[in-house]
Write a protein that binds this ligand. Structure first.
Ligand SMILES: [Zn+2]
Length: 150
């Protein structure tokens, strides 16, 4: 399943939102603050006369705050990926609520809200999506991967 489709899943949307917070995702798209931190080239189309601005994001010029934010996001994702890989999860398909194994056991594998049975939840796709995002962040931040990649 494509990453975009995965993001349309309301359960995963809610989860990712909780994970990175409302400010997490748009960080890379935000224009840099202040003067002289941005660089762009202006191209004029000979036929239409339209001007096109080509923005270049140079990460060494991005305000430190944003870079720190991205490092925090990377550390958080890394930690969460580890958590995802080392735990078992159960899902109420009615309510879209996820339970850890221990929590599911405490409620007798029945959803405390609607009473339907909890199903085991495969989180491989979520872990894959996280790994993709972690890889992209590492590239952007020039952080070497500590595991076996490459
Ligand atoms: Zn339920």
């Amino acid at each position: 399943m494509a990453f975009e489709e995965l993001l349309e899943d309301p359960v995963i949307q809610k989860y990712l939102h909780e994970l990175v917070g409302p400010k997490g995702m748009p960080v890379a798209a935000a224009p840099p603050d202040g003067e002289g931190t941005e660089s762009y080239r202006r191209l004029r189309d000979e036929d239409s006369g339209w001007l096109t601005y080509l923005w270049t994001f140079e990460y060494d010029k991005v305000p430190e705050q944003l870079e720190e934010e991205m490092h925090r996001l990377l550390a958080g994702l890394d930690e969460r990926r580890e958590y995802e890989q080392t735990h078992e999860f159960y899902l109420c398909e009615n309510c879209g609520i996820r339970f850890e194994f221990g929590e599911a056991m405490d409620v007798g594998f029945e959803c405390p809200q609607c009473g339907s049975g909890l199903e085991t939840m495969e989180n491989t796709r979520l872990v894959d999506a996280m790994e993709e995002r972690i890889g992209a962040l590492r590239d952007e931040l020039n952080v070497e991967s500590v595991d076996v990649e490459g």
